[in-house]
Design a protein around this ligand. Sequence first.
Ligand code: GLA
Length: 721
Amino acid sequence: MPEIIITKNLIHLRNAHISYIIGILKGGFAAHLYFGKRVEAFNPASILRRHGVKSPEEFSEQECALNHVPQEYPSYGLGDMREGALIVRAEDGTASCDLRLVSAEAEDGKYALPGLPASFRENAKTLRLKLRDELLGLEATLLYAIFEDCDIIARSAVFMNRGKQTLTLERAASLCLDLPDSRWDLVTLSGDWAREREIIRRRITPGEMSVSSLRGASSYVASPFTALARPETNEASGEVLAAALVYSGSFYAGVDVGSRDTARLMLGLNDRHFGWRLEPGESFTTPEAVLTWSDQGFDGMSAAFHRLCVEHIVRGKYAHAPRPILLNNWEATYFGFDEEKLLTIAKKAAEVGVELFVLDDGWFGQRDNDHSSLGDWVVDRKKLPNGLKSLSEKVHALGLKFGLWFEPEMISPDSDLYRAHPEYAMQIRGRTPIEGRWQLILDLSRTDVQEYVYNAVATILRENPIDYVKWDMNRNFTNVGSLELSPERMRELPHRYMLGLYSILERLIREFPDVLFESCASGGGRFDLGMLHYMPQTWCSDNTDALSRCRIQWSTSLVFPPFAMGSHVSAVPNHQSGRITPQQTRANVAMSGCFGFELDLNKLPEEEIEQVKAIITRVKSLRQTLLYGDFHRLLSPYEGHDTAWITVSPDKREAVLMLTRDLAQPNTDAPMLRLRGLDPALTYTVEETGETYGGDELMTSGLCIPLPWGDAASVSLTLRA
Ligand code: GLA
């Protein structure tokens, strides 16, 4: 089990691999002393000297400017001139906060954050560091948890107003980490629709560097994740320190390099979408942040995040279970379908071995295009005269499960819901609302709207046999206003929206524990650890082009394991890129995730149908390894023409290797690939060629893999010990 050792001046959290050390300086200042590889003992003298402090006992904030002291939760208004974790405004209009230690307590198990998504499971220890500002009467409890089975420290902070005046939190970060040097590269994930999560790596320099979202969703433009990597760090080796938020709304994630070559990493709610009024007796809890450290390069970092996801984030019966191979009708029909057309598609899907048929957008209200009906969750009898129940039963009779698309957080101005309840939309009184995809966003801070959304979805799920829900969210926040919130609480709206959403989701997954939920936001526009806590898979991107997906899935895997990523084979030419790629290539890339199809199989020639059957049989037999094996990135699409990765079963006896080349390279030799994650002592047979090699040989000398002729060539091999 992990340990938390509390002595007079030091608090040491550690497991078998990592240590996190807090120093308590004279007067009760909580200083940050160390985070990294596990150490046995720690003498704070050196690190304090580095920051101009002689010893914990000799610290004085009067003579030694806080500007140079590494702190656990620095606040604005004292001597620290850097961006801090906390800004509290008092009734007199001033903002300064002086938090001093009250108590430090360790306990078994993992703290919980009621109402918020958070990591869980009892093989952890929790530290509660209680601090207090006497003048304001503000109590801050910094929460830390350390896990036994993955190198993650989880953090959050709880604020309680124990004073007599109203306080306003203008900033309350989830995590702040002060580092003694700035020789780091900042690695972030930025992109846009259909090209989500591109890896951006840059050297940090004095000042602030950050990514953020003001979209009301974690967004495809930036992810709530940052890594600091040494300039020499690569996939396989080198030091990397990374953090991610367990949150799905607007956020900030950045690093601030100080004047004396220090670096401060900070993640949390975005100030511009935040402000929280704390009346006497009220409390506020920040979203959770998770922090990891590895000296095994990005591979080590991802291993920690992947383990966190599977053991401590995802819940429910699908957490460790094989995910059904699905076929979604969206790109096959868009809005143009009726029952017969859907059943023709489903029948073919059943014949080839697909397990779940998903009816996407267009089944409700009068939704013949995306201009109307969001909010009217009543089946469209024009398209489905026999109703959803009958369709679902017919799909079940084909031997398939049945899934349904919803976009529950939205309201179309052209909807019965809007005509009856215009006040349900997020809006600013007197200002014409800005539509995105002809729709507005429901004000989920309101309890009546939460009830409406919950009941709309729950009614459909109660009345119809539905096995899967695709929960979509297709536009970002504008007109951030609520007709119900008071002016002094209006800044709370974006976070209250998320709390409302989380509460709806929590109720739904409790009432419908057998339903598999997949989260989506115009593809991967809300792919984060928060959503994953409610829904065990996320639609990775609307871009299903195999070559684009090599990049998208590669970068997504920095944080998320294969079982979290929905990835499908779609028709060619691809609807997003116009590119034509071989079916085998599309399948090889898609099978490193929750596999499925996004096309009408009736339109494929017979030879391709035979290929589809073989692919499905193979995916089913390798599914446990493909979804839950250890995933290692081998050749980066960011560095050349080839993408390669391998997934190895936990017992290391089975592995699936994928190599895809975007453009053919004439007159070159076949690539020699060094594998990773195998057992060096085992001998592996490559099933497709019958060759055998030692695990050590495959990881040192490598495997030469000839690729088929032409562009977008791909090979997927099965290795068995
Ligand atoms: C979004 C999703 C798609 C599809 C459409 C339906 O764009 O990402 O997969 O469900 O909505 O309108």
